[in-house]
Design a protein around this ligand. Sequence first.
Ligand SMILES: [Fe+2]
Ligand SMILES: [Fe+2]
Length: 474
Amino acid sequence: MSTIDLQALIPNNVNLGENRQLQRALEHWQPAFLNWWDEMGPSDFKAKEVYLRTAVGVDASGWASYGYTPMPDYRWGIFLADKEEGRKIGFGDHMGEDVWQDVPGEYRSTFRRLIVTQGDTEPASVEQQRLLGHTAPSLYDLRNLFQVNVEEGRHLWAMVYLLHAHFGRDGREEAEELLMRHSGDADKPRILGTFNEPMDNWLSFFMFTYFTDRDGKFQLKSFAESAFDPLARTTRFMLTEEAHHMFVGETGVGRVIKRTLEVMKELDTDDAATLRQAGVIDLPTIQKFMNFWFTSSLDLFGSEASSNAANYFSNGIKGRPDEAKFADHVEADTEMSIQVPDGKGGLKSETISTRNGMNEITRLEYVKDCNVGVTRWNMAIKRAGVDFELKLPSTRFRRAVGVWAGIPTDPQGNPVTQAEFEAKKDQWLPTAADTGFVKSLMQRVTEPGKMAAWIAPPDRGINANPVDYEYVKL
Ligand SMILES: [Fe+2]
Ligand SMILES: [Fe+2]
């Protein structure tokens, strides 16, 4: 196994010291990154000691060490999963050939664009979340937020390394641009819509880490199959970090639900107004937030039928998540069916080539994965004896990308008229009043082990520490 040189100016396991030119280029980018962190990362808390995990290896067991670190001292660096000797391309037209250690010229601009788009999301989420620390419902949650933030910063490093190491001057310029676009900036926004959505409350944060970080997981899984081996190796290690982000989302939403159920029982009511008055978030509001963040994340997979997606697959650029579990890795002449609007206010099936349907295949795998947590949340609701079921809306609902973009449907995916959509959308999606209410609950709790009234404590702490551990020294 490769070892990580944590003492180097840029911690890495890629023998950076042996490539002086690359090392110098990255050392030149590093201060710009730290500047960006200082300006756009978590506001305040800079000098505070945070109980963080840091990557110290890349093998599955024991890659992390835990300790108190002020965030600006976090050891951001370059960690690739170990090289698999003799690895072959696992799908598409190059199936069975040796993987590439460098980018073939004909795919260079495609890879660059994909890496930049992935890279752009990482700092974007840090920017979106920069003010959340001020309203953290507990020190435990504050620590988790910061852990997610520093790791997204590291994911930016992961993509910037590839840009610097494999894309020459263009890559260096793109790396600089990654620090210049900012979430929600009118002139220079982040590339993808979801990453420009404001994030001013913790319910949205938990939904984001559950749904949007999970989109990240599926993108990374597709890249982990890539014929471009350095991309596959870097995304494999990113996935191990990403898992914690989704854990934060799943347990976060679960704890909000748990607390609501407790108060529903105490007051023996499911009346939303009464529950809100008691300071918890009613289940229909949780459903609306879920509708918003889930659908916004669906768009990130792109159009249902896409010739770009087909090219990525044919050329070995991006596989399907867990490609090995599919029976056919070439899909030369296979077909699949998708649902499209029939132009008369209904829907119809359309047959497309499987290669063209790669985005949709990945999106449907994502939906399955999203449902795992939803099922767990529903089990808690059922156990509490409450007659309510959270449901993911249809993949046709509230889409802004793909064949359903701009076509009004109900959450079940049945096309409706624009007038009907307008009339009902306040029942389906968070209103300004809903968001205002959720925001009104956001008050900072700083005593170790104490939780804000709208969220239950976690079942356990971090790294076998108790829940009332001092996760951030304020
Ligand atoms: Fe990430
Ligand atoms: Fe993440």
